[in-house]
Design a protein around this ligand. Structure first.
Ligand code: ATP
Length: 303
């Protein structure tokens, strides 16, 4: 059975009269790269801060690694939420060293390892003030890795980066997930930035969780298909299989068949009508990932 790393039950956070997070349920399983998607102001950061223990919920429950939050579960989480809190006049290594000292970590080799991992050079004396945004974000991730977390929480780590910077962060995330076996929770308001790596998604809108869906389920939903509503799905399918070599399909309510094979609607219509099967409706359904998410997150643009 898969292990739940994060389980959120009926979580709420209210600021005066703003319901930032409104009765959310969420499950993140071991090994997930969980993409948390929603427009600006949807409630992503507030949720992540509650999981990371930076703010308290108004109500609800957060279970981490199968337990109620406690000092031990807190130590298993690394996070990069909002500003990574870097010292601008220090190098990457010195920033890491200061945090390691503050955390009581003695193994200096880990600093080198984590910096290499995020593709920064521990020997480089360049100070953080002169870093690109991408370098700062990668250093932020390296800082979050100190303490060897099992869960890494990243709030919009690719926001504002150029395509090269985005690719670098993606590679780091994939490496941490696949090789270091770290479960990742990453938020973004732009789906396409996450769609190459996320294994599961949570979609949040106006503080409410609209949908949790695996990458596989999402792929299924976003496939193009020919929908055919007929008088008898069983008879139609045996004819389609036999005569048009159709094998990739699903059956839905009201005798609707969805055909995923590349097929002309005219061929289907002609075959079925020859055999006295009535066609009530036939149309092509095309939905790409981006339009699916725009519909769910409630926006026509990204802001
Ligand atoms: P963004 O990427 O813009 O931060 P988000 O999805 O992370 O978006 P949140 O930052 O969680 O959204 O904000 C959710 C709602 O809660 C917003 O309406 C925001 O204005 C409000 N909010 C967040 N923090 C506070 C706060 N400290 N005090 C009052 N309201 C807040």
């Amino acid at each position: 059975m898969s292990e739940n790393i994060v389980e959120i039950i009926d979580l709420c956070k209210t600021y005066k009269d703003t319901k930032a997070v409104d009765h959310i349920h969420m499950t993140i399983q071991k090994g997930d790269i969980y993409g948390f998607i929603g427009r600006n102001g949807a409630g992503k950061s507030t949720t992540l801060k509650m999981i990371a223990g930076m703010i308290f919920p108004t109500s609800g429950e957060i279970r981490l690694f199968g337990e109620a939050r406690n000092q031990f579960t807190a130590r298993r989480i690394g996070s990069l939420i909002e500003n990574p809190g870097l010292y601008p006049n220090l190098s990457a290594f010195d920033n890491m060293n200061l945090k390691a000292i503050a955390m009581g970590l003695k193994d200096k080799e880990k600093i080198n390892e984590y910096l290499h991992l995020v593709q920064l050079d521990p020997q480089d004396k360049k100070i953080v003030k002169k870093f690109s945004l991408g370098m700062k974000q990668r250093l932020g991730i390296a800082l979050a890795l100190l303490g060897n977390p099992d869960l890494l929480i990243l709030d919009e780590p690719i926001n504002g980066l150029d395509p090269e910077g985005i690719r670098e962060i993606r590679e780091v995330i994939q490496y941490l997930n696949e090789t270091k076996k770290i479960t990742i929770l990453i938020s973004s308001h732009i789906l396409l930035e996450l769609s190459k790596i996320a294994t599961r998604y949570g979609i949040i809108r106006n503080g409410q969780m609209i949908e949790e869906i695996s990458a596989k389920e999402l792929d299924e939903k976003c496939r193009n298909y020919l929908s055919v509503k007929v008088s008898s799905a069983d008879r139609a399918l045996s004819l389609l299989e036999e005569n048009l070599d159709i094998h990739d399909y699903t059956i839905h309510e009201n005798n609707e068949i969805r055909l995923y094979d590349d097929i002309e609607s005219a061929a289907v219509t002609s075959l079925l009508s020859q055999h006295d099967i009535q066609i009530y409706q036939i149309y092509y359904q095309k939905q790409d990932l981006e339009s699916y998410f725009l519909e769910k997150t409630g926006g026509n643009n990204h802001d």
